[in-house]
Design a protein. Structure first.
Length: 240
């Protein structure tokens, strides 16, 4: 893959993670009548279609940029050396989510914005378990880290873990993507410091796993698992 230098590579990654989700939003909004007819409460179908379209657009960009998808992490590799990391992550993440829910949120469940019917909960779980990380990781790890790694070669060691500068930048872009804003007129309508910090931290972990395995498999599995754990706790609090 050809590098265009640090500045241009960073701009390419930034434009990709900013533009592709927005283009997916535009395309999904065009399907709103059909989506609303199938999911009247807006619980899961809009976001599912949005992410699937984002994945398709990401793959198209990858194919244009470099035609071998294995180069971007679409390959299954052996992960025995990382199973301990997976286990500790699931335990630690569950404990963190419980502590946040109890100590910070006061044991109150989230307002999901839709009735807690079986259809809505099942659809929401399907999105989080099968679609969320599956469609986000190729863009924010597979594409962003790979593009940035061509020119951003440095590494930062924290304790026993080495973080690549490319992975750190990709994690920052991942956190940036969780800020909701409009350009015309400019307005920030969603900004949660806790969510940004969480996205950055987990983005670092997913980047390390991606770089260690050259595969998106573990980042996708952990991303989906983390989301499932989070909504399980929130649903549990909501019905108590």
């Amino acid at each position: 893959m050809k590098s265009y230098g640090k500045v241009i590579d960073l701009i390419i990654a930034l434009v990709a993670v900013s533009f592709l989700p927005r283009l997916s939003t535009y395309c999904t909004n065009g399907l709103n009548p059909l989506i609303r007819s199938l999911d009247q409460d807006g619980a899961f179908l809009w976001i599912s279609v949005h992410h699937i379209l984002m994945l398709i657009l990401t793959v198209v960009v990858m194919a244009f940029y470099f035609n071998n998808l294995k180069h971007w992490g679409f390959v299954f590799t052996r992960h025995e050396d990382n199973l301990k990391i997976v286990g500790w992550f699931l335990v630690a993440y569950s404990l963190i989510e419980v502590m946040v829910a109890v100590l910070i949120l006061g044991g109150k469940g989230s307002d999901f914005g839709h009735p807690l019917s079986f259809k809505n909960i099942f659809g929401h779980y399907c999105f989080q378990a099968l679609i969320s990380g599956t469609c986000e990781e190729p863009l924010f790890r597979g594409f962003a880290v790979t593009v940035l790694a061509q020119s951003w070669k440095g590494r930062l060691r924290v304790g026993k873990t080495d973080f690549s500068v490319a992975g750190i930048l990709a994690a920052l872009l991942f956190a940036f993507a969780h800020i909701g804003f409009r350009l015309h007129p400019f307005e920030i309508f969603r900004l949660s410091p806790m969510q940004l910090l969480s996205a950055f931290g987990y983005g670092l972990l997913y980047a390390v796993l991606f770089e260690n395995t050259n595969s998106l498999f573990l980042p996708i599995v952990l991303h989906n698992a983390a989301n499932v754990i989070a909504i399980t706790i929130q649903y549990g609090l909501a019905v108590l």
